[in-house]
Write a protein of this length. Structure first.
Length: 265
C-alpha cells in the first residue's frame, strides 16, 4: 500500500529508518545502541548475525529501551536485513577508494530523512573491532562518516549510533525537535507598559533620594538606564523584584520607624 508523503517536520521519517548492526560481538553494545535510538525517536533495530542475542546484558544496557530490543529483527544475511529499503548508508570512519561517495553525518542525515519520504531507509553499522567489510559497504548507496578529531577518531558503536540518530532527529524536525520537560517554566509573562513606566519612576525617585541623581543635572543617566533595562525585555516577576528592592532602599533611607515615601505603585 502506498503511503502519502508527510512533512519532515512531523517526525514521521524517523519511523522509516532502520538501524542495522552487522555482526555485533558484544550484547551490551546492542542494548546501548537501543537506548541511543529510543532517546532520539528511532525504533527499528535490525541485527545481522549478532554473537549473543537475546542476552541479559543487552537488556541491562538498554536502560528502559526494552521495547526496541523486543522488536529487534535478527537476520542471517545483510541482504535480508536491507530488503525493501530504498536507500542504505554505510557508517564508516574509513574513506575507501572503492565504494559509494562519503558524506558527513549532518549532511547525510538530511538526505536520508528526505529519502525516507519514498520508503524505508537504513543506516548500516559494522562490527566493533573490524567495522564494515568492503563487501558490506559496496551494498550501500552512500557512505557516512562522523567528522571526529583526526588525531583520534575511534568511537564506541553505541556512541556512533547516538550521534547519527541525533542528526536524524534534527533533520526530521527541521532543526527544532519538540522539547518536553517536567520542570516548571522559569520565565514569567512580559511586563506590561504601565508597570515598566512605574518602575522607571520609582527608580528615579530612589536615585534622587539617595543623591545618586541630581535632578538639576540629570545628564543622560535615565535614558541610558532605560536602554539598559530595555535590552533585558523585563518580565512581570522581574519588575516585582526590582520594585521590592527599591522599596527596601527607600525604607533604609527613611530611617527606623518610617515606611518610606508612601507613593502609590
Amino acid at each position: 500500500m502506498n503511503r502519502p508523503a508527510r512533512s519532515p517536520s512531523s517526525g514521521v521519517p524517523l519511523e522509516r529508518i532502520r538501524v542495522v548492526l552487522s555482526h555485533t560481538s558484544h550484547p551490551g553494545n546492542i542494548g546501548a545502541a537501543a537506548r541511543a535510538m529510543k532517546t532520539m525517536g528511532v525504533s527499528c533495530l535490525v541485527l545481522v548475525n549478532p554473537k549473543r542475542f537475546p542476552d541479559d546484558e543487552a537488556v541491562a544496557r538498554a536502560a528502559g529501551a526494552d521495547d526496541i530490543l523486543a522488536g529487534a529483527r535478527v537476520c542471517t544475511t545483510l541482504d535480508a536485513a536491507l530488503a525493501d529499503t530504498v536507500w542504505v548508508c554505510a557508517v564508516s570512519a574509513r574513506h575507501r577508494n572503492l565504494g559509494p561517495p562519503a558524506l558527513p553525518a549532518r549532511q547525510a542525515a538530511v538526505d536520508l530523512v528526505a529519502r525516507a519520504g519514498a520508503g524505508e531507509v537504513a543506516l548500516l553499522f559494522g562490527n566493533e573491532t573490524a567495522g564494515l567489510s568492503n563487501a558490506e559497504v559496496q551494498r550501500c548507496r552512500q557512505t557516512v562518516y562522523i567528522p571526529a578529531d583526526p588525531g583520534y577518531g575511534s568511537l564506541n558503536l553505541a556512541a556512533a549510533v547516538q550521534l547519527l540518530c541525533y542528526e536524524l532527529r534534527l533533520a526530521a524536525f527541521a532543526g527544532s525537535p519538540p522539547v518536553v520537560t517536567r520542570t516548571m517554566p522559569f520565565a514569567s509573562p512580559p511586563a506590561v507598559h504601565q508597570d515598566v513606566e512605574r518602575f522607571y519612576a520609582h527608580l528615579e525617585r530612589v536615585m534622587v533620594a539617595s543623591d545618586f541623581l541630581d535632578p538639576e543635572r540629570p545628564r543622560r543617566l535615565l535614558p541610558k538606564l532605560r536602554r539598559l533595562f530595555g535590552r533585558t525585555e523585563l518580565e512581570s516577576d522581574e519588575i516585582n523584584i526590582l520594585r521590592g528592592l527599591l522599596d527596601a532602599v527607600e525604607r533604609k533611607l527613611a530611617g527606623p520607624g518610617r515606611s518610606g515615601s508612601g507613593n502609590a505603585r
